[in-house]
Design a protein around this ligand. Sequence first.
Ligand SMILES: C[S@@+](CC[C@H](N)C(=O)[O-])C[C@H]1O[C@@H](n2cnc3c(N)ncnc32)[C@H](O)[C@@H]1O
Length: 209
Amino acid sequence: MMSNREIEAAWCMPEVAKEQKELADCELEKSVHDIAPFAEFLRILGNLNGVEEVIDIGCATGSYGVLLKGHFPDIRYVGYDISSEMCLHARDRGLDVRDAMCDGLPQICRAGVLLLCAVSLEYAKYPPYALWRVLQRNPLSWLMLHRVRCHEDCGRKVDERSYCGLDIPMWRWNRKELDVLFENSGRQYAWHTWPKDQRQFTIVVEPEA
Ligand SMILES: C[S@@+](CC[C@H](N)C(=O)[O-])C[C@H]1O[C@@H](n2cnc3c(N)ncnc32)[C@H](O)[C@@H]1O
């Protein structure tokens, strides 16, 4: 099993960022309707009222920033990623991105912000804690946990080849554990199913009332 430091270092390798960029280029050329995570992101975001800014935690080379520019040009976008190599590629797309670890993000205590976590917290040392911290530190923001994959059993890391070509363990959530976490946060939240892919979900947590 790789240590957390090794996982962080793996994301920062230039060849991983290059592979991720090429994959993103290829996906962004297609119609969003053919890429379920993109189509679902746009559909779910389009049903939320009052989102002025998306902060993309673990933005990689910035696919969601490009989508926003094209479909919701009035919504501001800022990406954060642990890998400065990924950030370089995202900047080449004209996006505002910053190098940072999701566990050490600045407090973003503003209304109108949606924090997007699309398969990034899953690589934190202990993802439920990383998620809890993001929720606690940002009570006024929406949180969108996108592309959630669940396990029947309790949440745990599984060895799975990621789409960036890295063989690193990734967290699989457990639905009941996530429900408990969100209920304990006292925030309203909803699970969104994906019509074209029953294995993935998106969870949207509302700002504190
Ligand atoms: C599987 S990719 C997902 C990229 C993007 N969100 C998407 O869905 O296309 C995971 C990204 O999270 C970043 N990442 C991993 N651990 C992180 C951490 N602790 N803080 C910030 N970013 C992290 C990686 O560098 C990588 O770019």
